[in-house]
Design a binder for this molecule. Structure first.
Ligand code: DX5
Ligand code: ZN
Length: 220
């Protein structure tokens, strides 16, 4: 049976108290921290970089899943590896040499994955399946939290699930964007095992109770 993981996206957390947000959301029963990196170039928004990852590293033992929405990709990889990232994923169309970028991530000691926008072809998987630890399917267009899940993504999840099963490898299938309590089961049935949730989790509570995320996480 499949192992499921909830990956809260700290994009929707309160950045004025990010360390506490991470501690509390992991204590609520989530599994990995999803870290959205946007550069105002590949995507129209600007977020956080290696410095913030480095600051969070001593605060938590949680697995940090760095989602790079940047172009170019390669030169920032060693910085994130040094900052304590566990997984680094990137968008293939943002890399000049996909195989080289994957190798760079592996050599830096991190797990590696490719990210597909809603309209990006899965043919980018054709020659690199043996190098992937994760495939991340975007179920919104990247750039912002709080968007609506694009239903056509469900077919793409099924297609990727088949490719992973056919590969015989243990590749995580993560889905990112608009995942909520009321659609997460459907996303799981389509074949996902790792679920990014930003606004659904961090939007659920505004107080300072350390257990404030327990109810929403339990419902997932
Ligand atoms: C979008 C980001 C997502 C986003 C998810 O570019 O990659 O991780 O923060 O947020 P929600 O869960 O609010 O759609
Ligand atoms: Zn993301």
């Amino acid at each position: 049976s499949r192992q499921f993981r909830i990956a809260p996206s700290i994009l929707s957390a309160n950045f004025a108290k990010l360390g506490q947000e991470v501690t509390d959301v992991i204590a609520s029963g989530t599994d990995i921290i999803h870290f959205d990196v946007m550069d105002n170039h590949y995507v129209p928004n600007l977020t956080i970089g290696p410095l913030v990852c480095e600051s969070l590293r001593p605060v938590t033992n949680a697995f940090i899943d760095v989602h790079l929405m940047v172009k170019p990709v390669d030169r920032i990889i060693p910085d994130f590896a040094k900052a304590g990232a566990n997984m680094i994923t990137f968008h293939p169309e943002a890399s000049e040499h996909i195989d080289r970028t994957l190798a760079l991530i592996k050599e830096s000691g991190c797990k590696a994955g490719l990210v597909f926008n809603p309209a990006t072809s899965l043919s980018y998987l054709d020659h690199v399946m043996d190098k992937l630890d994760m495939i991340l399917l975007m179920s919104v267009n990247p750039g912002f939290g709080g968007q609506k899940f694009i239903p056509e993504t469900l077919n793409k999840i099924r297609a990727v699930r088949q490719r992973i099963d056919a590969s015989g490898r243990d590749i995580w299938l993560e889905v990112d964007g608009g995942v909520k309590v009321d659609n997460i089961a459907e996303v799981a049935r389509a074949g996902a095992d790792t679920f990014v949730a930003g606004s659904a989790i961090f939007g659920a509570a505004k107080d300072t109770d350390p257990n404030r995320y327990d109810t929403v996480v339990a419902a997932m």
